[in-house]
Design a protein. Structure first.
Lengths: 512, 342, 336
């Protein structure tokens, strides 16, 4: 392999007010390699990428492009230098055509005017190279996220001059799309491109990369040859502690509370285009898990039950009463609570205090005019701060100032304050630190022990196996089976998700 | 059928609706009132509204970029006032025109700079701009000043015959040039495309390396310049300077953009739209004039009603689009890879 | 973290301090330059003077700005208040010939409420941008007002009606009491019911509040409805004060003053937290500025110019970017 270093960052530091995002981080990209950049949330991956691409200016350190010191001050400059980036969210303009999204900022021209014909032709040629068959004259918004992502890559490849940065490009692609992306990446690598690949998916790292650089808490941990690093070592570098195999298995065998009365039953509950009719029931004090990939219908099901989306068929029965139609206010009246997967967007109200965030749902249930006196509000707040061990000097802090884990606890407190009978937790530990994760998982089990039913959704099989006493597996918006007891193991569920309908016939056997 | 519906994007639907409205309005005017269907009545639409076409076209760029400019009417009034004052001082027409263009451009640049550099709300900044321009006009004089500069009077009265005895004037030519240039700039210049890109998604535009800051400032500068050109044309039309000229005209310009199919959320619309929008409101005014007994405030009510219709229409299209484009929406299936390891 | 708390507290307080400081500076300036500004007179059992004038003339603006505070807290805006005010005033004066006073007032308030609900419907239900949605009523409203007045300035000689705008109570002009009443009612509505919490939550994060069981649409409708009623009250006061209804000029540009007052008062145009007290201080500052300019003998036409400059300065001071680049500030600045 060509060992020539095309991009080298050394001693990079970057602070934001109150946070040291990067300190003394180094990174080197060789010509013709795919280099993974790994780390947990908050490790500094995206800050490093942003420094490299000129979104942020570095405080200290040096970036060399083919040996020459550069300091890009904007993505524009970075692009002009030949460093192009594809971000996780598709950063294109949905209102422009596919072709224009590839060429905007560097349109081909004829007599000073933009030459749309040439642009369309060139775009078609480029997308052909990525084996993508789309009408380049259509607005980008006509196409799926996967296609949009590929268009972004096409643009980046065309601009790039030896360096391509892919910042979590695969998070919204399906398996076949990922493999075609990898094909393209390998081809580009053969052509001599240096590719920085940021991802969370360990399998993908081992499938496609040559080297791995690990960051942790804004610090450089090390750079390793992929072949010589085991997954366990990689994980322990990332989380900064020895990986304990028994951790993951703990709590796997739990009793199924079959004796408890049934709290909620969904009969053929479904919504066209989002969820095939599904049957489920939840007993009092039971933790029911929903497993499946993103888009499998897990969040959609939760939203139907909580009444955020309207079901167009099926029935919903709570405590023996069949409900004609469901909406959040009613769900809350019936004793339901819902912590959404996207905390920032649908969970917290960032500008308000912890107290206000906690009493919100309770007050909403009581209505506009039965205002909870301030003193009572403070009591409730303090109670939950103590109970959930929310780390804050006072309940009058802005919730924005808390860490992700503590914010999640506040949202939990919001629902606990309403004394719910069923809590729907959609990805309760996503994007929060390891310590808080463990705490929240324990809390879930404690709550169930007090008789609250819990419906937990998680992409982390380990978490769901650890918490739930019964798991419903979803795939492609269909319930493909149910597991509990001995068969409730990560590999069983994975197999069900991977093989889907084929396993469906057997799953009764697994569940029994 | 599928290919047909996909070709009529919502961009086109609104413009088609505007054209249809234009035909219906014009047709009903022609059917109801004798003398309505004459060439000169039609040409007068352009003569009477040339300034508004120019100003609305400038506004269109701002709206497509995702902003707003409330100062346009005040800038037009300011230009009329400055022109009148300069003429009274004995300045020549050339100087007056150059000064007007410079004032408009600088004014727009200032607003754009404040909005971009300090991330201020365009609403507030251009509102202040509106106060400022009117305030300066008031300072110059609170009275109306008549303009008798021979060049301006000549330009104002010069008739250009287009067909037999139907005529237009210099202002219409200027407006036509401005609109054609705007259409070309929007479609065929890097600046124009950047405006659309920023209106579509500003963050993306930034990350794609487009000169967002420069474009934003330029858009407001352009709006200022167009207001100045509109101001000159309006001054030719009125031959007077008055600080209370065109109170509330910024709303007419916005209305023209909306009726002309420019989405207020930014990113969509054709630059011919404002002209069509202005013609619609112009025809309504003409109809009310021909009708004779209806008072002028019916114009306001009708335009407001049209504004409502078109806005509701825009919303419906956007809502339908949000529902139909499958993968953009969060509720719809996406695929994710296994996250079992961590 | 304790320092952060203290800082946060200080910042909240600062919101009110800014407009108060501005007023203080203005008054100090007046004290030196035009001492007669402060002269008060007791005549026929009524108090007169510039300070009283500020309160009296500022009353309609205070009432409208209170409503505006609520819609701005929802990250909205209502630019139609001036037109709604004109409609309500015109309707009141027109009905005065044939109906009793209470019905007239009721009609004025009802039309304000209807206009508010219309705006609320466009914004909350149809999801049209607030500025644009209220633009419709701004345009149509004056037309409707003119329709009511028949294009003329309607006058009235009804003494009971004129008391609303011109009368005195306890030696003070009556509008002051109306403004005070509106403020107290709104303040109680904010602090004694969950409305304040719901509005701040929904204005801060609509999705999250909907998930928590609040109905943002209802809250937003309420905010617009209140604003409409406020405009209706202001319309009656203004038309009563001048004993006439002028469809063209009544409340012209008052929406701009109201927005300015709210922003000076510390409520952010981005929605969320709102400060009624700040709004009052902001309004008083604007009114004091206007009155001072008049008594300085400067041409009234320059008021617009001064206001424009004040708007820019206030916005610049509130701009994070500006403070970061020109004033050393420890406040966290959103990274872009």
């Amino acid at each position: 392999m060509d060992q020539k270093i095309v991009l080298e960052a050394s001693g990079i530091s970057k602070s934001f007010p109150g946070v040291k995002a990067l300190s003394n981080v180094s990174f080197a990209l060789r010509k013709g390699e795919i280099h993974a950049l790994m780390g947990e949330n908050g490790a500094g991956k995206s800050t490093l990428i942003k420094v490299l691409t000129g979104v942020h200016e570095r405080d200290e350190g040096e970036i060399r492009l083919s040996g020459r010191v550069i300091s890009p001050k904007s993505p524009q400059e970075a692009q002009a230098l030949g460093i192009s980036t594809v971000y996780q969210e598709v950063n294109l303009c949905p209102n422009l055509t596919v072709a224009e999204n590839i060429f905007i900022g560097r349109h081909p021209r004829k007599r000073g005017l933009i030459d749309w014909e040439t642009m369309n032709r060139e775009s078609e040629r480029l997308l052909d190279r990525l084996e993508l068959d789309v009408d380049v004259r259509q607005p980008l918004s006509h196409y799926s996220v996967a296609v949009q992502q590929m268009v972004a890559i096409a643009r980046a490849v065309d601009i790039s001059n030896g360096i391509l940065i892919l910042d979590e490009p695969t998070s919204s692609l399906d398996a076949s799309e990922v493999s075609s992306l990898f094909k393209v990446m390998r081809k580009l690598k053969q052509e001599g491109l240096g590719i920085v690949f940021v991802t969370h998916f360990l399998d993908q790292v081992y499938e496609v990369t040559d080297r791995i650089t690990v960051l942790r808490n804004g610090e450089y941990v090390g750079t390793y040859e992929t072949e010589q690093l085991t997954k366990t070592e990689l994980v322990s570098h990332m989380i900064g502690r020895e990986w304990n195999e028994t951790d993951a298995k703990a709590g796997a065998a739990k009793e199924i509370p079959t004796g408890g009365e049934i709290f909620l039953t969904a009969g053929s509950l479904g919504k066209r285009g989002s969820l095939h009719p599904i049957d489920l029931h939840i007993r009092k004090g039971e933790v029911l898990g929903l497993a499946g990939l993103l888009g499998s219908g897990r969040t959609e099901l939760a939203k139907l039950i909580f009444g955020i989306d309207k079901a167009d068929e099926g029935t919903l029965t709570i405590s023996g009463e069949q409900l004609a139609d469901m909406y959040p206010q009613k769900a809350i009246q019936k004793g339901l609570g819902f912590t959404p997967e996207d905390r920032k967007v649908a969970g917290i109200v960032g500008e308000l205090t912890i107290r206000e965030n906690i009493v919100l749902a309770l007050q909403a249930r009581k209505g506009l005019f039965s205002y909870i006196p301030l003193r009572k509000q403070k009591e409730i707040t303090q109670h939950y701060i103590d109970l959930l061990r929310i780390k804050t000097p006072s309940g009058e802090q802005k919730i924005d100032n808390l860490s992700g884990g503590n914010q999640q606890k506040v949202i939990l407190a919001r629902w606990l304050a309403t004394q719910p009978k069923l809590l729907i937790l959609d990805e309760p530990t996503r994007g929060i630190d390891v310590g808080s994760k463990a705490e929240i998982r324990k809390l879930i089990l404690d709550l169930a022990a007090t008789g609250i039913s819990i419906l937990i959704i998680s992409a982390e099989l380990e978490e769901i196996v650890q918490c739930a006493s019964r798991i419903i597996v979803l795939r492609d918006r269909i319930k493909i089976g149910e597991v509990s007891g001995e068969s409730m193991r990560e590999n069983v569920i994975m197999e069900m998700i991977a093989k889907g309908a084929e396993v469906y016939g057997d799953s009764d056997g697994i569940g029994a | 059928m599928r290919s047909l519906t996909s070709k009529i994007s919502h961009n086109n639907i609104i413009v088609l609706a505007t054209l249809l409205l234009l035909l219906v309005l014009y047709g009903s005017g022609a059917a109801l009132y004798t003398g309505f269907f004459s060439l000169q009545v039609f040409l007068n639409l352009f003569i009477d509204n040339a300034y508004l076409i120019i100003v609305a076209t400038g506004m269109a760029f701002v709206i497509i970029k995702g902003g707003i400019d409330l100062s346009v009417a005040s800038v037009v009034a300011l230009i009329s006032m400055v022109s009148a004052a300069l003429f009274r001082q004995g300045a020549s027409a050339v100087i007056v025109i150059l000064a007007s263009l410079a004032i408009g451009t600088l004014f727009g640049f200032g607003q754009g700079y404040l909005i971009q550099r300090f991330r201020l709300h365009p609403w507030i900044v251009t509102l202040a701009g509106m106060f400022l321009a009117r305030g300066i006009s008031f300072m110059i004089s609170t009275e109306s000043i008549v303009i008798d500069n021979p060049t301006f009077v000549m330009l104002s009265q010069h008739k250009i015959y287009v067909w037999e005895d139907g005529f237009i004037n210099v202002s219409v030519i200027i407006a036509a040039i401005v609109v054609v240039l705007a259409i070309l700039a929007a479609r065929y210049s890097a600046f124009g495309r950047a405006v659309y890109a920023i209106g579509g998604n500003e963050k993306s535009a930034l990350l794609m390396g487009l000169p967002v800051a420069k474009t934003t400032i330029l858009v407001y500068t352009l709006s200022g310049l167009f207001s100045a050109v509109g101001g000159i044309v309006f001054t030719l039309y009125m031959l007077s300077g008055y600080s209370l000229h065109l109170m509330g005209m910024e709303m007419d310009a916005i209305a023209a953009c909306v009726i002309g199919g420019i989405l207020l959320t930014g990113g969509f619309g054709y630059l011919i739209g404002p002209t069509l929008g202005v013609l619609c409101t112009g025809i309504i005014q003409t109809i009310i004039m021909f009708q004779g007994t209806l008072s002028s405030w019916w114009t306001k009510i009708t335009i407001g009603f049209l504004l409502f219709l078109f806005m509701a229409f825009q919303r419906l299209i956007v809502m339908r689009k949000e529902k139909s484009t499958i993968p953009i929406s969060k509720n719809q299936p996406k695929f994710e890879n296994k996250v079992v390891n961590l | 973290m304790a320092i952060l708390t203290a800082l946060a507290h200080r910042l909240v307080k600062q919101k009110l301090i800014w407009p108060l400081l501005a007023i203080a500076a203005l008054f100090l300036f007046n004290l030196i330059v035009i001492p007669e500004f402060y002269r008060m007179e007791w005549k026929d059992g009524h108090l007169y003077g510039n300070l009283i004038d500020i309160l009296k003339n500022g009353s309609p603006l205070i009432i409208i700005a209170i409503g505006m505070t609520l819609v701005i807290a929802k990250e909205g805006i209502d630019i139609s208040v001036g037109s709604v005010l004109a409609i309500s005033g015109a309707l009141a004066v027109m009905l005065l010939d044939s109906y009793p006073l209470w019905a007239v007032i009721g009609a004025g308030l009802t039309v304000g409420l209807l206009c508010g609900l219309w705006n609320g419907m466009l914004v909350a239900l149809l999801g049209i941008q607030p500025m644009v949605a209220t633009l419709i009523l701004l345009t149509i409203g004056r037309g409707i007002a003119q329709l009511i007045t028949g294009g003329q300035v309607l006058t009235t000689s009804d003494e009971a009606f004129q008391f609303i705008g011109k009368g005195h109570l306890l030696g003070l002009p009556f509008p002051i009491f109306i403004a005070l009443g509106v403020f107290l009612l709104t303040y109680l509505f904010k602090t004694r019911t969950a409305f304040g919490l719901f509005l701040e939550a929904a204005g801060g994060n609509k999705t999250a509040s909907a998930y928590a069981g609040i109905r943002p649409k209802v809250i937003f409708m309420t905010a617009y409805a209140i604003t409409g009623v406020c405009a209706g009250i202001a319309g009656i006061i203004i038309s009563s004060n001048v004993a006439s209804a002028d469809a063209n000029n009544a409340g012209l540009w008052i929406e701009l003053d109201a927005i300015l007052a709210v922003v000076i008062g510390g409520t952010s145009m981005r929605g969320g937290r709102f400060y009624l007290g700040g709004t009052i201080a902001g309004t008083l500052f604007i009114q004091a500025l206007t009155t001072s300019i008049y008594s300085l003998g400067v041409e009234p036409s320059s008021i617009l110019l001064v206001k424009a400059i004040v708007v820019i300065i206030v916005c610049l001071i509130q701009s994070d970017v500006f403070r970061q680049s020109f004033i050393l500030s420890k406040k966290k600045v959103a990274q872009r």
